[in-house]
Design a protein around this ligand. Structure first.
Ligand code: BYC
Ligand code: FE
Ligand code: FE
Length: 468
């Protein structure tokens, strides 16, 4: 463990002078990017942050006040498993690769660059949220997520510099040059170009979009390219907190809404400054569907190739029975002439869909927690995940129209009912109107309930951010 170097790491960076120099050269560009396009304001404030200092499952995190630009972004790989072999695909049982196999170089680079690109993109998307935080606790969580996404970028840039030579260095530069939402040089994947300028969207993003991160990282943690498997395995430990922020954030909004519903004589929570459950459902519909798109097409030769080569597996591949996936198939409803027809797709080509299934189940569990809160207040309303076909832009359902229940429908009816299902401009304006900063320690905005506990055993009134 080399914690006190310029770039903290557990990969013996000092033993590879060339790589160390390359990364130390990239570091100022990263910092320049962070200052330019990272969190707006608060850069001189002390934030009570968690910093990764080891990869032990216990005690890997250290909490203290840090100014964000001084955060110790480090490179940490999960410990090597001696004798690890590739767990799936045509190369199954071969020894896992410590170096990039020449024939897979382009495929691997593409996977790593795509993963890498999402990390700075999310920081850019969230950069203005600090100004409207509903509490100091939430403000701190936002910055925690932001610095860790920065570290995830470091994790991928380490792979690019360490294993892809000059191309890798160029890709690492390009990662700092693309910009979320920029029409000329956008981020690679759709959802990472949508602005996140209200806190409800932030919780939805950390619930649904960071969870795509979890499943993509689980699939990459199975990779035959061992450095990728090890780095993503450690990233997953940080990811859990991001999804916690989203899931509990929405749960707190739900709770507050329910309290207000019982206070408002006619149940109109907007008159009391709350977010109505119908609007929450629309935000769920939007963020869930754009996040489903991140899994790629239902029928994908790219996915088949990644699996065949042993580059990207299924989440928890070890629990699967057949690691070759050559004989199985996956039955899915495929649009044909305005109808849905059940088709059997060769399993390898359906790997994106297999991963999406695991993701959907995981989300369902979260929705049930929110519904428990609603039920506890005696309110007859349940939040639902819409059909996976609803509002899609990628894959076989893209460009077609479906109800939230997944039934095909005509354009005219969809247009008429759109605002029942997706946030309308007035809905967004209303939610934005609630975004007034509340950052005195211990205080909380009126549209969200306080968290049930603080960070790292600290009380809610703790000064999580020392404003400068
Ligand atoms: N937007 O065969 P197809 C995270 C492209 S999130 C735009 O259907 P494939 C995080 C695709 O590139 C996790 N384009 O899909 C979360 C292809 O282009 P070409 C990020 C898209 O390749 C929160 C074409 O459409 N990690 O960590 O099997 C905060 C047809 O492709 C999209 C990864 O994504 C889209 N949504 O699957 C911070 C893991 N989807 O070849 C961080 C690495 C597809 O025609 N990436 N396309 O030019 C992958 O595994 C795959 O690239 C994908 C796409 C699953 C994304
Ligand atoms: Fe990340
Ligand atoms: Fe994340």
């Amino acid at each position: 463990m080399q914690l006190h170097e310029k770039i903290p790491n557990n990969v013996d960076l000092a033993g590879d002078r060339k790589l160390q120099r390359a990364l130390e050269h990239w570091q100022p560009s990263f910092l320049e990017w962070w200052k330019q396009i990272g969190p707006e304001g608060f850069q001189a404030s002390g934030v009570y942050l968690r910093t990764a200092i080891s990869v032990d499952t216990t005690g890997w995190a250290h909490f203290d006040y840090v100014k964000m630009p001084e955060y110790r972004w480090g490179i940490f790989l999960a410990p090597a498993e001696p004798g690890r072999s590739i767990g799936f695909g045509d190369n199954a049982s071969q020894t896992a690769w410590a170096e990039v196999p020449g024939e897979y170089r382009n495929l691997l680079r593409r996977l790593i660059v795509t993963q890498a690109d999402t990390e700075p993109a999310s920081v850019e998307q969230q950069r203005r949220l600090g100004r409207t935080a509903p509490s100091m606790y939430d403000l701190r969580n936002l910055f925690q997520v932001n610095v860790e996404e920065g570290r995830h970028l470091w994790a991928m840039v380490y792979l690019l510099h360490g294993h892809f030579g000059r191309d890798g260095r160029e890709e690492a530069e390009a990662l700092l040059a693309r910009r979320s939402g920029d029409p000329d040089r956008p981020r690679i994947l759709g959802a990472f170009n949508a602005p996140i300028d209200d806190w409800l969207s932030f919780y939805m993003f950390t619930m649904f979009t960071d969870r795509d991160g979890k499943y993509q990282l689980l699939a990459l943690a199975e990779s035959g390219f061992d450095p990728l498997a090890r780095t993503t395995r450690f990233m997953l430990t940080e990811e859990a907190h991001h999804m916690f922020v989203g899931e509990t954030g929405i749960r707190r909004v739900v709770k507050r809404t329910c309290e207000l519903m019982r206070q408002a004589p006619d149940g109109d929570v907007r008159s009391l400054g709350g977010i109505d459950l119908a609007s929450l459902q629309k935000y769920v519909n939007f963020w869930y569907s754009v996040s489903l798109d991140l899994f790629g097409g239902e029928i994908s030769s790219n996915a088949a190739e990644y699996f065949a080569c042993g580059l990207k597996g299924r989440a928890n591949e070890k629990a699967c029975e057949d690691h070759l996936a050559l004989s199985g198939s996956y039955r899915m409803p495929v649009p044909e002439g305005g109808r849905l027809v059940e088709k059997d797709v060769p399993l390898r080509n359906a790997m994106n869909e297999v991963l999406r299934d695991a993701y959907i189940d995981d989300n369902q569990r979260g929705v049930e927690m929110w519904n428990k809160t609603i039920a506890e207040h005696g309110i007859d309303f349940r939040l639902k995940l819409p059909s996976r076909r609803f509002n899609r832009r990628i894959g076989i359902y893209a460009g077609l129209l479906f109800t939230p229940e997944g039934e095909p429908m005509a354009r005219e009816e969809f247009d008429r009912r759109r605002d029942e299902w997706l946030p309308s401009e007035p809905d967004r304006d209303y939610v934005r109107s609630l975004m007034q900063p509340v950052i005195e320690p211990g205080r909380i905005a009126g549209w969200i309930a306080p968290p049930t506990k603080g960070i790292n055993g600290k009380p809610l009134e703790f000064e999580y951010v020392r404003l400068a």
